[in-house]
Design a protein around this ligand. Structure first.
Ligand code: MN
Length: 709
């Protein structure tokens, strides 16, 4: 066990300004707090926090981290309280210890809760200060070093599995490669001791028979490169038993074929040297096919750059080689801070870890790195929140999520029938904002249906979509029933029965896709029952004379309770000059004082001027048969090639489709093209669409758009 003065000296060796007194007090406090507690190994419990502090000091972490290492189990496992820690060691240490304690608490959750990927994220999300995570990792590392002393085999296996699934990947992600390797290797030894033992034996055999193979290959590679005029730093290592095992499994290769157990790195000055080195190696050794990857020309999404190849190298050993410049190496190794001697490889993991690289870069160049450590919170996953179901399933939700979001994330049906929620066992309003680690129980009832008011507080797209879909389908269902009733009444009044065939035959005329759509259209008041009847029996139906859309005629004349907004009898109706609505267009009316109702196409840009004035908007619709009542002026913008005959070709097309040009204005003219505005008289929007399509098919025409102004 590391002694008090040894630990203090170690910290002072890299941080002369360390608070020696606080370190000493923490050492003694922890020793007294843990008292006579024992580890499974029979050692005094206190040896554990001291070793954790030692592991942290290997990484040259700041004084507060070391103190946190010493104190990390005192609140959880002894009578010491957060208040004690706060009083004796101040706010920062108290916050760190509290963070580590919280992480330890979520560790006791069921296995099911620890679905690896989400659990790792939860750990990260809860580690507001990167040092919390580092202390937790060091804690796990020491527990793995002493795993053998736990007698219960199941417990050992569970801890090893957890280490493999959660802590080793986490160590890799936060960039501590050697912790990752050790965690993985120790977990591997527990989970598959036989396999590991054979691999170690094999490696030993190779070493005994081959001597310092890594060293010999390294120097031969260096020499070979020098012969080709490439100056390079070559370094090599044996791969870890676990990574060899993983490769064996992945490639499904047997033990005898086990090769490829060494990896080498060639670091050069310039980018072109990379390719020169590659040329030298490929020229000198036999290449293993299919293994070359050029991440220099095409970097990985996380900016990782290197050339990767495999060759049968010196002594016919199959080896992996990475070639990169010093700069690429630094990026790959994340600007390994002088303060934090990480052998990290964070960059290979993902773009989301960029924050760590940035953090480390700040540390590297900072004058007072401790300050950055103190004030840098983990930003990661700060836009997410992780919650548990009563069964222990871990759900990842966006920050601000509520129990309703949670319910819909579990299942649409759960969301639709949700009546209430318990958060950590307490009933809570459905609009409660969830916090990391909350356990949510959703109360459901078969009678419940989604409330439109939920939409105001849910944050997930799924919840919002489900609520909207439900509300829409419910409203639609009501309109459907209403419309059906209205049509039946209208037909009965005319002495006819409603037949589905009859309704199907009017669908096109009333621009509805299905009979249900027609019911909804009538239910919403877009058509009256009389309109449907007139469409079905044109000769007997009342013929409407007016061409303009109806805005003021109260359809159904009170007989049917159809909700139509803005019915102002006798009000004048104009077609807007900006968008030139045509029968068949979706339209909307705007009421303005003294002018009556101006009808716009519903996509007219002018309407944006009226967004703030909902009281001026009126639902209007074209009268059935409006297209038979004469011509309407529409306006299109055409870009036409500036060459002889093109204008004639264009007018011929319009004529061929029975369009009548009532006005033509050239709005722009260049050497190649005319832009012109053409007013055409057409019967309805379909007529215009035909003309536009005909124009677009003509080679003289560059483009045709319906004018908005
Ligand atoms: Mn511990």
């Amino acid at each position: 066990m590391l002694r008090q003065y040894e630990l203090v000296e170690r910290v002072k060796s890299y941080d002369p300004g360390a608070d020696e007194d606080a370190l000493n007090r923490a050492y003694v406090f922890s020793m007294k707090a843990h008292g006579t507690q024992k580890r499974a190994s029979g050692d005094p419990y206190f040896s554990h926090p001291v070793e954790v502090a030692g592991i942290l000091s290997d990484k040259k972490l700041d004084c507060d981290s070391i103190i946190t290492g010493l104190l990390h189990d005192t609140v959880e496992d002894t009578v010491a309280t957060m208040e004690d820690i706060h009083g004796l060691f101040g706010e920062d240490v108290a916050r760190l210890v509290d963070g580590v304690t919280k992480l330890s608490q979520i560790e006791t959750l069921s296995d099911r809760a620890k679905q690896a990927e989400n659990f790792r994220k939860l750990l990260l999300a809860m580690s507001e200060d990167i040092r919390v995570l580092l202390v937790k990792q060091a804690d796990r590392l020491h527990n793995m070093r002493t795993l053998e002393f736990i007698r219960n085999g199941e417990k050992r296996a569970r801890i090893a599995r957890e280490t493999m699934d959660i802590y080793a990947p986490l160590a890799e992600r936060i960039g501590i490669r050697d912790w990752k390797d050790e965690l993985e290797d120790r977990a591997f030894a527990e989970l598959n001791g036989d396999a590991r033992a054979s691999i170690v034996k094999r490696l030993q055999f190779l070493r005994e028979n081959g001597g310092d193979l890594v060293g010999r290959v390294t120097s031969e590679l260096t020499q070979t490169l020098a012969e080709y005029g490439v100056e390079a730093d070559v370094s090599g290592r044996e791969k870890s038993p676990y990574s060899i095992w993983r490769k064996m499994r992945r490639k499904n290769i047997g033990f005898e074929q086990l090769s490829d157990i060494m990896a080498f790195r060639v670091v050069v000055q310039e980018v072109q040297d990379c390719y020169q080195a590659l040329g030298a190696i490929h020229g000198h050794y036999r290449v293993v096919p299919g293994r070359f990857k050029d991440y220099v020309s095409i970097p990985k999404p996380n900016d990782y750059r290197s050339l990767h190849t495999s060759v049968y190298g010196p002594e016919n050993q199959r080896i992996e080689i990475q070639i990169r410049t010093h700069e690429m190496h630094e990026i790959a190794e994340l600007g390994v801070a002088a303060h934090w001697q990480f052998k990290q490889n964070v960059m290979t993991d993902g773009r989301q870890y960029r924050w760590l690289r940035e953090l480390l870069e700040i540390l590297e160049h900072a004058e007072a790195p401790e300050e950055f450590l103190e004030h840098t919170k983990l930003e990661m996953f700060s836009d997410q929140v992780f919650c548990f179901s009563p069964k222990g399933d871990l759900m990842e939700l966006p920050r601000g999520a509520t129990p309703v979001d949670f319910a819909y994330a579990v299942h649409t049906e759960v969301g639709d029938s949700c009546v209430g929620a318990k958060v950590n066992g307490q009933e809570a309003p459905l609009r409660t904002e969830l916090k990391n680690g909350d356990q949510i129980e959703i109360l459901t009832s078969a009678d419940q249906t989604p409330s439109p008011s939920w939409e105001s507080f849910v944050v997930t797209g799924k919840a919002r979509a489900c609520i909207r879909r439900f509300v829409r389908s419910q409203t639609r269902e009501q309109y459907n029933r209403l419309g059906q009733e209205i049509i039946e009444k209208a037909f009965r009044r005319e002495g006819r029965k409603v037949a589905k065939k009859t309704l199907t035959s009017v669908l096109v005329k009333l621009s509805c896709r299905t009979v249900d759509d027609l019911f909804v259209a009538v239910g919403q008041g877009r058509y009256t029952g009389q309109d449907v009847f007139a469409a079905a029996y044109p000769r007997t139906g009342r013929k409407r004379q007016r061409a303009a859309p109806t805005g003021g005629d109260n359809k159904g004349s009170g007989e049917f309770a159809v909700p139509i907004r803005g019915l102002i009898p006798g009000m004048a109706v104009h077609l807007a000059a900006c968008c030139h609505p045509l029968p068949g267009d979706q339209i909307v009316g705007i009421v303005s004082t003294g002018k009556g109702i101006t009808v716009h196409t519903s996509d007219c840009e002018t309407l944006s001027n009226f967004v703030e004035m909902p009281e001026q908007w009126v639902d209007v619709q074209w009268e059935v048969g409006a297209e038979d009542t004469g011509n309407h002026v529409s306006r299109i913008t055409v870009i036409l090639a500036n060459r002889p005959g093109s204008l004639a070709a264009m007018t011929a097309v319009i004529g061929r489709y029975d369009g009548n040009i009532s006005n033509l204005k050239i709005t722009d003219r260049s050497e190649d093209f005319f832009e012109m505005q053409i007013d055409i008289e057409v019967t309805d929007v379909q007529h215009l669409t035909n003309i536009v399509a005909g124009l677009r098919a003509d080679s003289a025409v560059g483009s045709v758009e319906r004018s908005q102004s």
